[in-house]
Write a protein that binds this ligand. Structure first.
Ligand SMILES: [Zn+2]
Length: 318
């Protein structure tokens, strides 16, 4: 919308106010779109006050200040998700869960919906009760009410479930030539990957061997053989199964673009084929012990991050 006259600016203000009314009634995603009529510059922040008006601020918000509403953040040039998260006193994963963005490819000028506290957004459906939502997400019902500053919930209303993780629906895939034995779904479907700066930690388990001159990777072990998650969106460029493969055993390589690739070794089986496009957090296989694994590590994931052909310290990316 062109600006330059007081009249136009006044009109903008009215539109933002009107759109905000829509926002408060519907999900936050539409709120981001609604804000496209604003006249902000990169790095601007809008805060919805208690009366529902957006107030533009140029000052940093103290993370300790409690906020009732969501905030629209306009990404500044060069800003990262972790920097933005720190600005609002939130975990990166909270922002990534709420916004359909690839942390590798965020751009200045894009808008992010900043939840009021760590947790996941949830739109109340018919038949929902606070107790039911609390059970689903394994959080105290009283926390849901107090953090959202409400005494009851209404159908269609968006709330945030404090300190919850998104429900991961990991349905097993059938791939030709691979065993179709029954898989164990993610425990209670309530375990999701922890989201980092660029890459997520690709499975559940502890690091049994770190990155060093003789091992340009990390090993993550877990005798429960958990699912392996794609560390970021990308394309599967290698899906090797049934061979020693130089010690990697069954392994997957994903190309994430921007010169970044990740490798996942020793899998029990793969859930992807070459050419598959995967989303961050998508299950690509199961932890196993194929290839060269030793007693100390046994069942584990060998995880490499390759940037422009160089195997980098994975923790630099989360
Ligand atoms: Zn290793």
């Amino acid at each position: 919308m062109p600006i330059g006259t007081k009249k136009a600016m006044f009109r903008n203000t009215l539109i933002i106010g009107a759109l905000l009314l829509c926002m408060t009634g519907f999900s936050g995603a539409s709120g981001i779109e609604a804000m496209s009529a604003d006249t902000s510059q990169y790095g601007d922040t809008f805060i919805a006050d208690q009366d529902g008006y957006f107030t533009k601020t140029t000052s940093t918000i103290a993370p300790s200040v409690s906020r009732k509403g969501e905030i629209i953040h306009i990404i500044g040039a060069g800003e990262t998700i972790s920097e933005i998260a720190a600005l609002y006193g939130l975990k990166s994963q909270t922002i990534l869960w709420e916004n359909d963005v690839n942390p590798l490819r965020i751009r200045g000028g894009e808008k992010l919906l900043i939840p009021p506290f760590d947790g996941v957004g949830y739109t109340v459906k018919k038949g929902d009760t606070v107790a039911k939502i609390a059970t689903t997400y394994k959080v105290p019902a009283t926390d849901i009410l107090s953090k959202n500053n409400v005494t009851t919930i209404k159908i269609g209303e968006k709330i945030y479930v404090p300190n919850a993780k998104p429900i991961v629906n990991a349905s097993p895939r059938n791939i030709a030539g691979r065993s179709t034995s029954v898989r164990t779904p993610l425990a209670n479907n309530n375990v999701g990957p922890a989201v980092g700066k660029i890459l997520i930690y690709p499975t559940m388990g502890s690091i049994t061997q770190g990155y060093k001159s003789s091992h340009h990777a990390i090993d993550i072990a877990n005798s429960n053989k958990p699912p392996i998650w794609a560390a970021a969106d990308g394309t599967v460029i290698k899906a090797s199964s049934g061979t020693w493969a130089g010690g990697y055993g069954n392994h997957v390589i994903i190309d994430h673009g921007n010169g970044v690739k990740t490798l996942y070794g020793h899998l029990e089986y793969l859930d992807v084929n070459v050419g598959d496009h995967v989303k961050q957090g998508q299950v690509i296989g199961k932890m196993g012990r194929t290839g060269r694994v030793r007693g100390v590590t046994g069942i584990h994931l060998h995880f490499e991050v390759i940037e422009n052909g160089v195997k980098k310290l994975p923790s630099l990316f989360w």
